[in-house]
Write a protein that binds this ligand. Structure first.
Ligand SMILES: N[C@@H](CCC(=O)N[C@@H](CS)C(=O)NCC(=O)O)C(=O)O
Length: 218
């Protein structure tokens, strides 16, 4: 039975983007179930019919339901070990898990001030001190990974993996809000933006027409 991934609008849903990329970038087949966000009770009930969390993304694998982006990526990594979503080396895997968890649980100021919205014209805004500290920390994470693992390939741990999937929406935030970054961080953003799965998501998001006022940002 095919995997099903329940996702929100590609234009806005940064959480949906992460597991979608992890699957698509590894050519893992799945059926996509799109439910528009914040459109009212009917769509909310549809989300609830898949996961009692009431949030996307959710992955359905037969009688297994997994919700929350990082838990889904962990499940996919176990279910498809050949995709090597996490580094094989234990120390590197610990590093990859640390930065993925840091992404998953943090960077609130950046998330709040620079919501992902692919349609928004590229424009800089004044960031708070907290958001600027978030940007600096993300740059530090990327630069450290590139310095330590750059010889293995152009992604954070060499080839595209779970940590890259977790940070992918940040690439859109940095790009969309014209946030200046160091050359090594810019090179990583360029690598991500050239990834076919990233481009597929982005193009599909740009083709969406639904505007959700709640998610429109300055
Ligand atoms: N921590 C969760 C966050 C999920 C989340 O907040 N999803 C948002 C969209 S990106 C959502 O489903 N919102 C719909 C709602 O709350 O009704 C994850 O990593 O998956």
């Amino acid at each position: 039975m095919a995997l099903k991934l329940v996702i929100g609008n590609k234009n806005y849903s940064s959480w949906s983007m992460r597991p979608w990329l992890a699957l698509r970038a590894n050519d893992i087949a799945f059926e996509e179930i799109f439910i528009p966000l914040y459109t009212g009770d009917a769509d909310k009930k549809r989300i609830l019919s898949f996961t009692h969390s009431g949030k996307v993304p959710a992955l359905i694998d037969g009688d297994v339901t997994v919700w929350d982006s990082l838990a889904i990526i962990e499940y996919v990594a176990e279910r498809f070990p050949e995709a090597r979503l996490w580094p094989e080396d234990r120390a590197r895997r610990a590093h990859a898990r640390s930065i993925s968890s840091e992404m998953h649980s943090g960077f609130m100021a950046l998330r709040n001030e620079c919501g992902m919205n692919l349609h928004r014209p590229v424009r800089a805004i004044a960031l708070s001190d907290d958001a600027r500290a978030n940007v600096a920390r993300i740059e530090q994470i990327w630069i450290e990974c590139r310095a330590r693992y750059g010889e293995l390939g152009p992604f954070l741990f060499g080839t595209f993996g779970a940590a890259d999937a977790m940070f992918a929406p940040v690439v859109h935030r940095f790009r969309g809000y014209a946030i200046p970054v160091a050359p090594q961080a810019r090179a990583y953003m360029d690598t991500m933006m050239a990834l076919p799965a990233f481009r597929d998501w982005t193009n599909a998001g740009l083709a969406e027409t639904l505007v959700i006022d709640k998610l429109e940002t300055v």
